[in-house]
Structures are given as structure tokens and as C-alpha cells.
Design a protein around this ligand. Structure first.
Ligand SMILES: [Cu+2]
Length: 171
């Protein structure tokens, strides 16, 4: 009698028929499955490093002024955090040269990185694009006083206290 002729026991037959198909779960289909562990760790480390470098560059980029500071020009940096400095003092009748820089990237949804430097009473209304700077000038009024400069492009505009600064004209 050969093995083939032995009738299969019904219970065994059912067990064979019910054997589940190989599972293709989330582990087997995950990207990188089947790659050696060192390679997966390497890829992860590389991605983490790239993200880290981009983050550091963003921070450093915000700390450094866009463009070379021009000598004789007051440096004013505008960002979503406000004006730096937010106080300027000039002499009456003086020609005031200001290098206005936007520290923000074009990625900002609020104004696209553009900022303004406006003083209504003195007809000053300058605008500067993302991550750039420009030198402007105006003549300070002959009489001492204080004026407000503001940006109305971003974050609530003129009403936002952080987007304001004080210009003092001294005798
Ligand atoms: Cu602004």
C-alpha cells in the first residue's frame, strides 16, 4: 500500500484547506522593509541630518541681515516679531538714511515676507521684499517731536503694537 492511497482524515483535510494565506500586513508593506537594519538606520540619520541643517539655516538666516549693511545708514530690521530697533532718534532737519531689511522669507502667508516702514506725518512709505534690504532716506522735520512708524502689511497691521516704533526728532 502506497502513502497516496491512504485516505486523508476529514479533520486534517479541513485544517489544510483553512490554512490562511500568507499575511501582507503593514510591516511587510512598509517602505524600507527588507532593507538591512544598518541601511534603514543610515537613511533615517541622513533625513534627520538634512532636516537639522535646514532648521539651523532658517534660524541663522533670521539673525543675519539680508544684504550688506550700508555705512551711514540706520539699520532697521522688520520681521513678524516687529521692528528692531523700535526706537530711533534723529536730529531735526537731518537727512536720515535708513536701511530697511525684511528678515522674513516669502513662505510667510501673512504678507509674503514683505514689510513696510511708514510715517504718515512725514510722507514716508517704504516697502521691502522678503529677505532683502533697501536704503531709503528722508529729511527729518525742523521741529522736534515724536512720530510713529509702522507696518500695515502683516499681522494686524498698524494696530499691532509690535509692528510699530517711535521716531524721536531732537533739536
Ligand atoms: Cu510687517
Amino acid at each position: 500500500m502506497t502513502r497516496r492511497s491512504v485516505p486523508i482524515h476529514p479533520a486534517e483535510f479541513r485544517a489544510k484547506a483553512r490554512r490562511p494565506a500568507p499575511r501582507r500586513g503593514p510591516v511587510e508593506t512598509a517602505p524600507g522593509y527588507g532593507l538591512p537594519r544598518w541601511l534603514r538606520v543610515g537613511v533615517f540619520a541622513t533625513i534627520a541630518l538634512v532636516i537639522g541643517i535646514v532648521a539651523v539655516n532658517l534660524v541663522v538666516g533670521r539673525l543675519q541681515p539680508p544684504g550688506t549693511p550700508e555705512t551711514g545708514a540706520l539699520q532697521v530690521h522688520a520681521s513678524m516679531d516687529g521692528f528692531d530697533p523700535n526706537q530711533l532718534t534723529v536730529k531735526a532737519g537731518q537727512t536720515v538714511k535708513i536701511q530697511l531689511a525684511s528678515m522674513d522669507t516669502s513662505m510667510h502667508s501673512d504678507g509674503g515676507g514683505w514689510h513696510q516702514f511708514a510715517i504718515d506725518e512725514l510722507n514716508v512709505n517704504w516697502r521691502v521684499g522678503p529677505e532683502s534690504s533697501q536704503v531709503f532716506d528722508f529729511t527729518a522735520p525742523a521741529t522736534p517731536g515724536t512720530y510713529t512708524y509702522y507696518c500695515s502689511i502683516c499681522c494686524g497691521g498698524k494696530a499691532n503694537p509690535s509692528m510699530q516704533g517711535k521716531l524721536t526728532v531732537t533739536a
